[in-house]
Ligand binder design. Structure first.
Ligand SMILES: [Zn+2]
Ligand SMILES: [Zn+2]
Length: 908
């Protein structure tokens, strides 16, 4: 019987658990703490620090199945996705790990056992590769080759050697590295897709589809110091990776990943929507595969808190949804359909990844919303692109420029990747670097680039060398600067190093911006939304002082205090005392604890889906972003504010405990996306018995909720699609706000002559009165206008026996003027009346005539059209009633003077 994908994943995990491994759940697709990486793209990402020796785990053997994305940057398979059977933007990586525990012998024999015994693959079809350096500098991995040849039933001639490109693994230009050993499967001659290529020969690491690489076992035994220098590591590690979709296709005996039970059901959902037969589907396979792949990726991304947007990860999420929607158009799917496909993804994956079911609503809503948004502009975007292509038809340049691509995105929301697809469908190329350049320029122009200014890590090198000197000189240990931000007492120490603008100094002068390194600090470094501490560092003898306005972690183990020298000359070796700005820190702590209360209250009032998706904890306010589709109603907002204050007045104690991650998670602690958690985590419990809130958090907090004082919501609004934002103040700032508002209230009370309690009633009364007065005022104006008009009614000049009145009435609106024309017509059974006035600085003209004059050539619409230009405006209307408005009140008299001309000319 064929195993299901879910079963195969579980087989792998169970097999290695039976060999003493600890199951470690997949890390989020958003890598924690790694600024250089857009997405988790391999199983080892969450273990990187263990290999680098900067992190330690309670286990030495691990097994996992890691969610991965490869869609941007160096590993970018997007162009191949959909066009073949094996490339994906999202995929899973199965892996087993040894951290200084077992090595090649076990790794090799277990791999063989799992593939041939547990899964029953044909031993004669399996091939393995080992490392042999073509440059002869690094020793060949005979050890691994020997272990392979010892495996029961292996064909010894199937153990091959390859060079650096295929069989030597490096994490980066320097650092951990080592030989690797791969297992390949020969699927048989019928899988060769290069039979027609002259001279082609099938082979392992060849260029046809016959041999499939199944599993890569990496043996980390060296540390690379330079391009030519390796040193052996004190402990060797194993890192293996097996592409999950691929092994499923092998074990389910299907020729394509898209025919496995991971993706085929998804293709079937799409097929049901298009009504295609299986044959029709296979003709239009590319769109099917792209939609299936992208829907799966987008669903996983959204479940990990990445929603569609304009930069970074959010752009990728937007791009893949839009790309899927565009391929949907090719299949005739004009209405939002991705949510239907995503429901199937959630079905298939929820057992292994419970976050999928948990975030179902958010996933489906975000997909549909993004499709709808794209639908508004896609046709305009594609038309624009088509005309760009059309215009270049007769030119040499068959390329869409970066500027054109960027404009298409900025104006029509057409992601570059779609422009590229359409361009290539028309035989054009597109300039990706140019697009990225324009994108970057735009970001810098809009100021967003500044945030990244300090993160480039260009000066990391100097801090690494300072670190080594300090460790050698026993000034600090290998863990680096001691960081304990939870206390507020002044910390004594010594200036270990001074750096200014990337240069190391022995001393600094007044006014200089410097970074100081001390052996120990309690200044908080910005993290988890909480801003860094400010404060001072002074010489113990009082001779100098530096005002600290920022904190930074420029390289592993190094923490710097960024500030300005305000007095004297700090020198390396001086004894110091460092003081955190206490008042500011307390304000921050109040806001941080209030953030946890708010998070808990949102869960209780809005539902489990209202998850944190960003926060800012500053001294003056807190900002909290969370997933929720709709604006929050005023009474809901009042309830939320009331419940947070309720929790403050309950004066719950805060319990801050460090404990193992799995224990905290199984107790139901809330963890945040994009945060990296070690094996031991700090937990914050509010309300000991009642567990009002329970979160993983490294921030600084008050001791009892009562310390927060009071919590006031400043605003609620949209932060991004599907994300709401609440801003609030606590403690000192809340008190200031209350004071300020009371002052305003008192002032109004004084102006209106009422008590503060009576102000609302009083103001309502005044406002009603005002309405009444302005109504009366209007009536009086009308009466005055009527009186003014009545006198001119008695003295109307005649043209050919027809009374023609043109006059100006002061300060009457068009309604009043219309009433006046009615009065004219009541008085004269046959006649023409044109009245002008100036209202709020603008001239208005109303013209009317009696019915009988229409047959005699009078058309008031034409009349106002003729005279309107004189008041700098335009007009029009029916034959018997028309109106004009303009900008130049000065022209009103001459406009009205022309009325006689019109009548003389047209009256028959
Ligand atoms: Zn071949
Ligand atoms: Zn927190």
């Amino acid at each position: 019987m064929t195993r299901s994908g879910t079963q195969i994943r579980q087989d792998f995990i169970d097999f290695f658990i039976s060999k003493g491994h600890t199951y470690v759940p997949s890390a989020s697709l958003v890598p924690g703490g790694d600024q250089t990486l857009l997405f988790t793209n391999a199983g080892m990402v969450q273990f990187k620090d263990v290999f680098l020796g900067t992190d330690h785990r309670p286990y030495t053997r691990a097994v996992n199945s890691q969610k991965c994305m490869r869609v941007a940057g160096k590993h970018n398979d997007l162009d191949d996705v959909g066009r073949d059977d094996t490339h994906h933007t999202f995929f899973e990586m199965l892996g087993n790990w040894s951290f200084g525990d077992y090595y090649k012998r076990e790794a090799i024999s277990w791999a063989w056992e799992l593939l041939t015994k547990k899964w029953g693959l044909d031993k004669n079809q399996l091939w393995t590769t080992c490392f042999k350096d073509e440059q002869g500098e690094i020793a060949a991995d005979e050890e691994a080759a020997d272990f392979w040849r010892e495996q029961p039933g292996i064909e010894p001639s199937h153990v091959l050697y390859f060079g650096r490109k295929d069989n030597f693994w490096e994490m980066a230009e320097t650092g951990p590295c080592g030989p690797c050993s791969e297992i390949h499967l020969d699927r048989g001659d019928e899988f060769c897709n290069k039979k027609d290529t002259p001279g082609h020969k099938c082979g392992v690491n060849g260029d046809c589809a016959r041999f499939l690489e199944l599993w890569n076992l990496v043996f980390i035994q060296y540390n690379r110091l330079s391009p030519t220098k390796l040193e052996p590591l004190p402990a060797c590690h194993v890192d293996t990776g097996m592409g999950f979709e691929r092994i499923v296709s092998v074990l389910q005996n299907v020729p394509s990943n898209y025919k496995t039970d991971l993706l085929l059901p998804l293709m079937k959902v799409i097929q049901a929507l298009t009504g295609d037969s299986d044959e029709e589907r296979d003709i239009r396979l590319t769109p099917y595969r792209v939609i299936a792949d992208h829907t799966r990726s987008a669903s996983f991304l959204i479940a990990d808190g990445v929603v569609p947007g304009n930069t970074g990860r959010n752009y990728v999420c937007r791009m893949i949804i839009r790309r899927a929607a565009r391929f949907g158009l090719k299949l005739g799917l004009n209405e939002p359909f991705l949510a239907k496909a995503a429901e199937k993804v959630i079905d298939i994956y929820s057992q292994a990844y419970p976050e999928m079911a948990k975030n179902k609503k958010t996933i489906l809503e975000n997909l549909t919303r993004e499709e709808k948004r794209f639908a508004k502009t896609i046709y305009a975007g594609i038309n624009e692109l088509q005309s760009i292509i059309e215009n270049k038809k007769d030119t040499e340049l068959k390329q869409i420029t970066g500027k054109e691509s960027f404009d298409l995105y900025a104006t029509h929301g057409l992601p570059f990747e779609i422009t590229k697809d359409i361009a290539s469908e028309n035989g054009y190329s597109s300039d990706g670097d140019g697009f990225r350049y324009e994108f970057e320029q735009h970001r810098v122009d809009s100021g967003a680039g500044k945030i990244f200014g300090r993160m480039g890590g260009e000066d990391a090198e100097i801090f690494r060398s300072i670190f080594e000197t300090l460790v050698d000189g026993k000034k600090i240990d290998k863990q680096g600067v001691t960081y304990d931000p939870y206390g507020l007492k002044p910390v004594e120490g010594e200036v270990l190093a001074i750096v200014s603008e990337g240069e190391q100094l022995d001393s600094a002068g007044e006014g200089e911006e410097v970074e100081l390194i001390l052996p120990k600090t309690n200044f908080y470094i910005e993290s988890g939304g909480q801003v860094a501490d400010w404060g001072t560092i002074e010489a113990v003898d009082g001779t100098w002082q530096v005002n600290i306005i920022g904190m930074r972690k420029p390289s592993a183990g190094m923490i710097t205090h960024v500030g300005i020298v305000t007095r004297g000359n700090p020198k390396v070796g001086d004894s110091t005392v460092a003081k955190v700005d206490r008042e500011r820190r307390q304000d921050i702590m109040r806001n941080h604890t209030a953030t946890h209360l708010l998070h808990a209250v949102l869960h209780k009032t809005l539902g489990e889906h209202a998850r944190q998706s960003g926060s800012l904890v500053a001294p003056e306010k807190l900002r909290f972003d969370f997933t929720h589709p709709d604006p929050i109603l005023q009474d809901q907002l009042e309830t939320i504010e009331a419940l947070v204050n309720e929790a403050i007045f309950s004066d719950y104690p805060l319990v801050k405990v460090e404990k193992p991650l799995d224990q905290a998670m199984s107790e139901g602690a809330m963890a945040l996306f994009g945060e990296k958690y070690g094996e031991t985590v700090r937990t914050i419990t509010i309300g000991e018995e009642t567990h009002f809130s329970y979160e993983l958090c490294g921030g600084t907090h008050v001791d009892e909720t009562g310390d927060i004082g009071v919590f006031i919501i400043l605003s609620e609004g949209s932060a991004a699609a599907g994300i709401r934002r609440i801003e609030a103040v606590t403690g000192r700032e809340a008190y200031k706000l209350i004071q300020k508002r009371f002052k305003i209230l008192k002032h109004i009370g004084k102006l209106t002559g009422s008590s503060m309690e009576g102000v609302a009633e009083k103001v309502t009364g005044i406002s009603d009165e005002l309405d009444e007065v302005s109504k009366e005022n209007h009536e009086i104006k009308q009466q005055l206008a009527t009186v003014e008009f009545s006198s001119s009614l008695n003295n109307v000049p005649l043209i050919d026996d027809i009374p023609v009145l043109s006059s100006i009435i002061s300060n009457a609106d068009s309604d009043t003027l219309r009433i006046l024309t009615d009065r004219f017509r009541d008085r004269y059974p046959s006649g023409i009346v044109v009245i002008g006035s100036v209202v709020e600085g603008k001239p208005v003209i109303i013209a009317a005539c009696t019915e009988d004059l229409v047959s005699r050539g009078i058309h008031t619409g034409n009349l106002v059209k003729e005279i309107a230009p004189l008041i700098g405006g335009s007009g029009g209307g029916r034959p018997t009633l028309a109106q004009a408005g303009g900008k130049d009140p000065e022209g009103l008299i001459s406009a009205l003077n022309k009325v006689t001309d019109y009548v003389r000319k047209n009256l028959k």
